[in-house]
Design a protein around this ligand. Structure first.
Ligand SMILES: CNc1ncnc2c1ncn2[C@@H]1O[C@H](COP(=O)(O)O)[C@@H](O)[C@H]1O
Ligand SMILES: [Zn+2]
Length: 358
């Protein structure tokens, strides 16, 4: 299998994206177009920043977080949020993604947009998918609402409340909550886990960013919480500042890990692809979902992430199909939707002549 064969296969493969932050997923094209249309932010600074959005292989986690401010500066109205969401969904669909879970932090812009209006703008874009996606494409889109760990507790409470209300209004679209934000600052997760427990009791699934940086106490609390999925999970294995105890807890929990290869390398939380913690998850068959995290900021696509995994860990086409199958299983789709997605994958496997030996 040569690199071009792998590339072509990964692009054809029906894929499932479970970890994509809306404002980190904007392409440069979308950012420019939103910038040109937003009268409030016509500063050369922002123009310059957009041009540097994707650049710089030499970034730290802190640099990456500055990039989100750029995206936030051009999504300050419901119309911009809606347009940006449509662009992101279209790009994922063009990349062969058949199921997408977007996550975003509800934002207030004083005098212009409330959290409710922000959420509504994203939901409106998702409801409109069949109209803008084109007849030759298929994609199911869901939404998770995020709590930023940098924010005050009152803000976290407000976001969870909005999430519960949005779930009640759109149970087929708003399906979960997420904890994200700079892992080096703000609230420690163990203090706000009860808020997520509350959301869970009201029917929402819970995905938590966990162990992007070492933090034994917090990581243990998150694993014991038994989130429905964990984002990154880097510093759990002892090789990355975790411990044998945490690693054993994780494996026993069977909680799927959203694996974001390029994000981790570009943020420098992992040194290189070869030493990525995926190397420890694969041999023990721990459930994983290959994901992009922020395809705009990290200049990647889900197909590229599959390619990197395949080339780094010498995976077969059957292994890559299995990745889609695991992601379907770990998704927050309904049982009917999961069957529909599995059928698409199975049709693809038949077409490609792929037989998976369990
Ligand atoms: C690099 N790894 C990461 N770790 C933690 N949180 C991240 C992240 N990447 C993105 N976010 C979270 O997503 C927000 C941007 O999208 P939304 O405005 O919510 O759509 C960021 O502000 C951050 O809170
Ligand atoms: Zn993330």
């Amino acid at each position: 299998m040569g690199p071009s064969e792998i590339q072509s296969f990964c692009s054809r493969l029906p894929k499932v994206e479970l970890h994509a932050h809306l404002n980190g997923s904007f392409s440069e094209k979308t950012l420019y177009s939103l910038y040109m249309d937003s009268p409030g932010c016509k500063t050369e600074d922002i123009r310059y920043l957009i041009s540097s959005f994707h650049q710089g292989s030499d970034r730290t986690l802190d640099d990456c977080f500055k990039n989100f401010d750029i995206a936030h500066a051009v999504t300050i109205s419901p119309a911009a949020v809606r347009r940006g969401t449509m662009d992101v969904i279209s790009e994922f669909a063009s990349d062969g993604v058949i199921y997408l879970e977007l996550r975003t932090t509800p934002r207030t812009v004083p005098g212009v947009m409330s959290k409710k209006q922000y959420i509504q703008a994203v939901v409106d874009a998702i409801r409109d998918v069949p109209n803008f996606i084109g007849p030759e494409r298929f994609i199911i889109v869901k939404l998770l609402l995020s709590v930023n760990r940098r924010d005050e507790r009152s803000e976290a409470e407000a976001n969870i409340k909005e999430a519960v209300e949005a779930h009640m209004a759109y149970p087929d679209i708003v399906v979960g909550v997420d904890l994200s934000g700079d892992p080096k600052c703000g609230t420690v997760a163990e203090n706000i886990l009860p808020l997520f427990a509350d959301a869970r009791s009201k029917g929402l699934k819970v995905a938590l960013h966990c162990a992007e940086v070492p933090n034994e106490k917090e990581v243990e609390a998150i694993i014991r919480f038994k989130a429905d999925r964990i984002g990154h999970g880097t510093c759990i294995h002892p090789q990355y500042g975790g411990s044998e105890k945490l690693w054993t807890l994780l494996l026993e929990s069977k909680v799927p890990i959203e694996v974001c290869l390029t994000s981790n390398i570009k943020c420098k939380t992992v040194e290189n692809y070869e030493s990525h913690h995926l190397q420890h998850l694969l041999p023990v068959h721990h459930p994983i979902a290959i994901s992009t995290d922020d395809k705009g900021v990290f200049c990647t696509t889900l197909s590229k992430e599959f390619e990197i995994a395949a080339e780094t860990f010498l995976l077969s086409f059957g292994d890559l199909c299995r990745f889609t199958e695991m992601a379907i299983d770990a998704s927050f789709a309904s049982p009917d939707e999961k069957n529909q997605l599995l059928e698409k994958l199975n049709n693809f496997k038949v077409l490609e002549g792929i037989h998976c030996v369990e």
